[in-house]
Write a protein that binds this ligand. Structure first.
Ligand code: SF4
Length: 229
């Protein structure tokens, strides 16, 4: 009885609707997947345990911020801070901290023990994300702090602003925006279906029905609507 009630609580909160903005966490991610989110294409429903894991991640952040807020060596300048408003992308950094000399953007990520154990460098998608924070906050240094969800161990990586990488990410997002506006489904990522993003992709089924290359959304939409009837 309780399991069903708790599951339903999470499932009710998650109402899929068409996305209207890019989020910083999508920087460098599969453009086709983002396109499908904007178009609210049919997707595999997320399971309640996955939704609970998102909540769990938020609690991890609180756990990390507590000592940082009480230490004297580091000052939390601001927490949960939105990037300055602009047309292309939205995002909220976990914190901006200061060691008394310099500012750092802090991004906290939690993961399971297996992934944590093998982590020797920051993940590419996390670097992309923090680079955009550095760009929009005009802060040249950042820290990605990983938390092992199972053992609560920590690993941290310093990241310096990389202008070339940021320009590429912003160019790719601008290009994707044009494809969304012109109803052109982007190509699959080159290592489909082995890429980790495909493994967790809610649109994997319809992606498999579309050609590998760019194609028109309107015709493809009719095709998937027919299958749904
Ligand atoms: S299955 Fe892979 S290539 Fe297709 S939309 Fe999802 S992430 Fe992109």
């Amino acid at each position: 009885m309780l399991k069903e009630l708790i599951d339903q609580f999470y499932l009710n909160r998650k109402k899929d609707k068409g996305q209207e903005h890019f989020y910083i966490s999508e920087a460098g991610k599969c453009p086709r997947q983002i396109f499908f989110k904007f178009k609210n294409a049919p997707r595999k429903e997320m399971e309640a345990n996955i939704l609970r894991l998102f909540d769990h991640g938020d609690h991890m952040h609180q756990l990390i911020m507590k000592p940082l807020l009480s230490t004297r060596e580091v000052r939390v300048v601001t927490a949960e801070v939105d990037i300055p408003p602009q047309e292309l992308v939205r995002g909220r950094a976990d914190a901006v901290i200061s060691d008394g000399k310099e500012l750092y953007v802090l991004d906290i990520k939690s993961m399971n023990s297996m992934v944590f154990k093998n982590l020797t460098e920051p993940k590419e998608e996390n670097i992309n994300q923090i680079q955009l924070y550095l760009h929009y906050f005009k802060i040249p240094k950042g820290i990605i702090l990983y938390v092992d969800k199972d053992k609560l161990d920590l690993k941290e990586f310093a990241v310096n602003y990389n202008k070339t990488l940021v320009e590429k990410i912003l160019k790719d997002l601008t290009c994707l925006k044009k494809q969304i506006d012109s109803n052109t489904i982007p190509s699959r990522i080159p290592d489909y279906p082995d890429n980790w993003q495909c493994r967790y992709c809610q649109f994997k089924e319809i992606c498999g029905m579309a050609d590998e290359k760019d194609l028109g959304w309107e015709d493809f939409k009719k095709k998937i609507e027919k299958l749904g009837n």
